[in-house]
Design a protein around this ligand. Sequence first.
Ligand code: DQA
Length: 147
Amino acid sequence: KPIYVLNGPNLNLLGRREPSVYGTDTLDDVRDLASARAKQLGAEIVFRQSNHEGELIDWIQEAREAARGIILNAGAFTHTSIGILDALQAAELPVIEVHLSNIFKRETYRHHSYVSLGSTGVICGLGAKGYELALEAMVQLTSKPQK
Ligand code: DQA
């Protein structure tokens, strides 16, 4: 089964959006990096982005059956969406939350994450590298017998 790598609102603007915060890599660059790392790890990924909360929830529900785990950068929905949290909890899969920026170094309204409450682990502040690290961790989490 593939690892789902899901990206939320405004991440389609990556590279053009506040490059001082998010860097100059585009989402296509992040996808290429993630695909290359997945290939090295012998894993398959499904990489998607949506600006719509409901679409992200649909994909998390789909992952429940179709994926071995979810890597999620929910963008601003991280800080607002109980619906996404509920979907993650219902999925009963390993979840790794990723943020390009260090959300704890930023505005206080970014310090709380609903997604974290439904996540196995969290990676933030390491830019696109965080996606590679998340893939590494997900492959480990899903190939060892669960204790
Ligand atoms: C983000 C951090 C969020 O606070 C913000 O709303 C984003 C991107 C990140 O990757 O650093 O859209 O998830």
